[in-house]
Structure formats: C-alpha cells, structure tokens
Design a protein. Sequence first.
Length: 111
Amino acid sequence: MHANSYGELPDELIRSAYKSGTELAWPRDQAIEAVKAFTRNGRKLLGVDTWLLTDDNPPKPIPLIRDWNADLRANADEVASSATAFIAGFRCRPDDYNLDNRPVYFNLIIK
C-alpha cells in the first residue's frame, strides 16, 4: 500500500476500479475490500451509491434511490459493518430498468 488521494488503498484496488472523473467504483467483492481499506486507514465512510455502468461516461445511478447513508448509523464500527452488509446484500429488483445483466458497481463516498 502507498499513500494516494484515495487514502492508502492497495494499488490493485485503484487499478481495478471503474473511474468516472475523480470518483471510483468497484464490483461487490472489491467494494467490500475498499470499505475495509478505507476504515483501516481512518477514513470516514459517508455513504455508498450504486452505479450501473454505461458504454459512455458517466455511469448511470440505479433508479429509485438505491444507496446507503452513514447518517443512519450510530458509530464508526456500525457504519463500516452496515456499508459492507448493504454491498454484500444488494440485489437488483425487477423494476430496475435497462440492466441487461450488467454488473452493479459501488461508489464509496468518503471523507
């Protein structure tokens, strides 16, 4: 690991991330690893957005407010475990449109 603008994420997480401007997003397993890396290095997790990648940038958020917000949690440990649970348990619903079996990516909002 080395210091970078994303708070000492492992190089492999930075390389494997989908990039949109200065924002990064990962598929499920890598997003969970990113949550762990950020919290291990003292970064505050504020939320998680779900992205559906498109052929052109920027990604399209999954409709109908499919995100997670840290303000709903009591403490830092609960925040990380709740974000991980949100990512691990996320499933697309039948009313999510235009998915075409594309993978969902998770954009972490950190401070």
